[in-house]
Design a protein around this ligand. Structure first.
Ligand SMILES: *[C@@H]1O[C@H](CO)[C@@H](O)[C@H](O)[C@H]1NC(C)=O
Ligand SMILES: *[C@@H]1O[C@H](CO)[C@@H](O)[C@H](O)[C@H]1NC(C)=O
Length: 425
């Protein structure tokens, strides 16, 4: 007998069994499908059993909405918590008109906010143009059309202009669940940091910016140095814990034959331009490794008020992005041979729209090694947005933001005054 003959035979038998199993399984399913239609009135017990079976099979869908204007890792963490309360997370992104009517103009237009939200790895689907307040009509649409089981919101009160609870209807229907607010960051705080950075540049606008900056940053009981000396200006409540980083990380490393793509940068004020270049970079391989430069590196190239977000904050924003597999928290400026070997990097990429393109004229090109190795590629950036774009938008609209934040400031102040223990979830 040939050595392979008996094993070949048993493999064939096994395959036959498997095929028969599938056919058998399929016919059982078919029986179930015709079952209810064929029998006009089912006994109540069967109906209950059927409903239970359906419930077990159907994933629990949860809904969360928001403006997601100038999205940061606090938003990402809320989405992560919301997703943990179900199997699928559907996110409603509020329209530009609704934001404008309720809070003043958004910094990021809807299409950019959609790119940002869609890129968060805990988001399964989005509903664009969601209303600011959940009306009874929209709530019913969520339950019937989108098959939503629960509506999720943070534990900070969300009041409608008439002073009523925006989620009262969902609560009454028993379809509401709550998550904890993420400590340590707010849009107001981030805007304050941005204005500091602009103030330094143009002293002619000094008065405007400093009063604005006070508006944006004083609601936290935090000290902001307003003297313009530049010292003690970086104030953040954010305390990075190892647990938070683990919660945001993918626990998987590259597979044995993975093609590893490397991209580095500041990724400050993580925006739609970053998301789009990361998406392209990820498409060039099986594993995307992102190097995030240190705060010192960025300050030395972009000025002392940069970065706006510190290394750990920037790392969390990048980690929350679905196109990213791993980050280096504090990557070196130069891509060295040793680094390429250590991480088995196959390709090093860099976008065409970036703030740190000055080095190209310089003879100390950080990509000299990968260029010499023939593994460097410049990627055409799909969106013309940089961190400076975002800062410019804020400054251009500062009066509107000022009004908008006066309201917000009061509620943030209240929150920080009344806050007690906040758990890490
Ligand atoms: C403040 O901003 C307004 C409008 O942008 C400008 O007209 C005014 O001159 C500025 N004031 C100062 C002191 O820079
Ligand atoms: C290194 O990457 C290449 C793909 O570029 C892959 O074929 C190879 O298996 C990787 N080596 C190791 C040790 O993972």
């Amino acid at each position: 007998m040939e050595p392979g003959a008996s094993t070949g035979c048993s493999a064939r038998t096994l395959a036959a069994c498997v095929i028969r199993g599938i056919v058998l399984g399929a016919s059982v399913i078919a029986l179930h499908l015709v079952g209810p239609a064929a029998i006009p009135s089912l006994p109540p017990l069967d109906a209950v059993r059927r409903r239970l079976r359906r419930r077990r099979r159907r994933p629990v869908r949860v809904y969360m909405d928001g403006c997601f204007d100038m999205m940061h890792y606090g938003h990402c963490n809320a989405l992560r918590q919301a997703r943990a309360l179900g199997d699928e997370l559907i996110v409603g992104v509020i329209s530009d008109d609704e934001i404008k009517a309720n809070k003043g103009p958004p910094v990021t237009p809807l299409h950019e906010r959609m790119i940002m939200v869609r890129a968060v790895k805990w988001v399964d689907d989005i509903i664009p143009d969601a209303p600011y307040a959940i009306t009874e009509e929209f709530m019913n649409k969520l339950f019937t059309e989108y098959n939503i089981d629960y509506i999720i919101h943070g534990d900070d009160p969300c009041l409608l202009p008439d002073g009523t609870d925006a989620y009262a209807l969902a609560k009454k229907a028993g379809r509401y669940k709550q998550i904890k607010r993420t400590e340590g960051v707010s849009t107001t705080d981030i805007v304050g940091r941005m204005l500091l950075c602009v103030r330094e540049r143009s002293s002619s606008d000094a008065h405007n910016h400093s009063s604005l900056q006070r508006q944006f940053s004083s609601g936290h009981g935090q000290k902001v140095d307003d003297s313009g000396s530049g010292s003690g200006t970086r104030v953040s409540h954010f305390l990075p814990t190892s647990r938070r980083i683990v919660q945001f990380s993918n626990s998987r490393g590259p597979g044995p034959d993975s093609r590893i793509v490397y991209i580095d940068g500041a990724f400050d004020l993580f925006h739609a331009g970053h998301v789009e270049i990361l998406r392209l970079a990820r498409e060039l391989g099986d594993f995307l490794l992102v190097g995030i430069h240190t705060d010192q590196t960025i300050s030395s190239t972009r000025g002392r008020h940069r970065p706006i977000m510190n290394l750990h904050e920037r790392s969390l924003s990048v980690l929350a992005c679905r196109y990213v597999d791993e980050v280096i928290i504090g990557a070196p400026w130069d891509v060295s041979k040793d680094m390429i070997t250590t991480f088995n990097i196959s390709l090093v990429v860099h976008g065409t729209i970036a703030e740190n393109m000055d080095f190209m004229e310089d003879d100390s090109n950080p990509y000299a090694v990968p260029i010499a190795m023939g593994i460097y590629r410049r990627l055409e950036s799909p969106l013309d947005i940089t961190t400076s774009t975002i800062i410019r938008r804020i400054v251009a609209n500062h009066e509107a933001y000022q009004k908008r934040n006066e309201k917000k400031e009061a509620s943030e102040k209240k929150y920080y005054e009344s806050k007690s223990f906040v758990n890490g979830e």
